[in-house]
Design a protein around this ligand. Sequence first.
Ligand code: NAD
Length: 513
Amino acid sequence: MVPPRLDLKSVGVPTGRRTQAQELNDIMRQIQHFIDGEFTAGSTGKRFDKRSPVDNAVIGSIAEGGRAEVDAAVAAARRALRGDWAALSTDSRVAMLYAVADEITRRFDDFVEAEMADTGQPAHVMEHVFIPRGAANFKVFADVIKNVPTEAFHTDTPDGRGALNYAIRQPKGVIGVVSPWNAPFLLMTWKVGPALACGNTVIVKPSEETPNTAALLGEVMNAVGVPKGVYNVVNGFGPDSAGEFLTRHPGVDAITFTGETRTGTAIMKAAAEGTRDVSFEMGGKNAGIVFADCDFDAAVEGIFRSAFLNTGQVCLGTERVYVERPIFDKFVAALKAKAEAVRFGRPRNTGANYGPLISKAHQQKVLSYYAKAVEEGATVVTGGGVPEMSGALAEGNWVQPTIWTGLPETAAVVREEIFGPCCHIRPFDTEDEVVNMANDTDYGLSTTLWTTHLARAHRMAARIDVGITWINSWFLRDLRTAFGGAKQSGIGREGGVHSLEFYTETRNVCIKL
Ligand code: NAD
């Protein structure tokens, strides 16, 4: 059933007395831009529907931004950059970011509901990972900016009096944040947190699939008194829409992007105009490597999570699994049993633990790879289709967790990022063989490696061409560490001091003594 889309003001609901829940409902139905501290429908008059991934019912109507909205957001961000935001001391800014994190925590349930509505993923993923990490993204980078020193050198001079060189950090300016749909709040705040901590102002272009939490964050910013124009959101699509207008805008000083590699290529071209700096976190085709000496149960659980969490929609996820031959059959059987035990259902259904894909289009893409695997000669160990769902859920974007074996390394499903709940498992015999296979890809984001052999773990970690290697773990993150991809998985590193490198300009001051 399609819920009515009501403008509460137009039907006489006294907006002054609306409860927070009603406000949330309002935002979920009528998602606006957030520009200069105000929610606005903008001037294009264009809107598009937000559909629920679980049943494809229309659950929201999103304002589509055009050039005018991007211009207004850039103007607001530039005013704030030189005005109220710049006027704050670092201490005050840090305190404000702590207040943002606390307000997110206070409105935790609203964020969980908003993100669940957008993604259809189970409540526990939102409650334990995505929303807490969103709050942490503000506190951690507030701490980093407060505690990381800048360099200083004493320099010898011919007259013997010397000189002092020291660095100061200045905000880079107005940052364009273009984010994806797979972990919307976590990934967006991972950029907004450090950008604001460093004194920049931001314009976020959330994914057209998942605009809710970016809008809610606007409420949080106003509630804690973040100056107008510091945080802005313009909704819309990519090409010839808000995404492209933002990344081409000369008033944007740097762009941080998370999404597909081919989108990154387009944004890089846009950023070349004006030689703006970019930070890119992009696709992956990550390898999971399991040695026979591993803790078997832990390895099965770890690979299961890395291949199937969030319905496989995780950039760090594992779509290629290599298992040492002596335990290959046992491993495939154990992973199959876990994949077949998932229970599909709505996010709040306590009997369910598995969600749908984000959209019909993405479901079709993933299913096309399921068909291609069969054409390419795969043995389908489990899955390969759509689970049987009843009632309204039959309309949702469900797919079965899928495991293949028997394909050559040249097969499309072994080479291309699918971004669904699927993996190909292949046996290996030697370290050299598995290193070569793991590295034989255009991507280089992450690896998860399972072994109890300490020296081998270090050896392998140094040889695999990725931004992060997890040993006997997966998705265990410390936000102070470098994060990013090698090869076509990214440009630059963020996290801890690395974020400061991107979000500030380091200036050197040289004083002759
Ligand atoms: P996407 O590239 O389709 O879209 C990401 C964002 O870019 C969206 O907001 C979209 O509207 C915008 N966009 C699209 N075309 C644009 C253009 N020409 N100019 C400006 N903006 C444009 O990615 P997605 O489908 O939303 O997300 C899935 C992808 O993200 C996967 O490839 C995944 O691996 C990757 N990802 C990477 C990381 C990482 O940390 N490396 C994290 C999460 C997701």
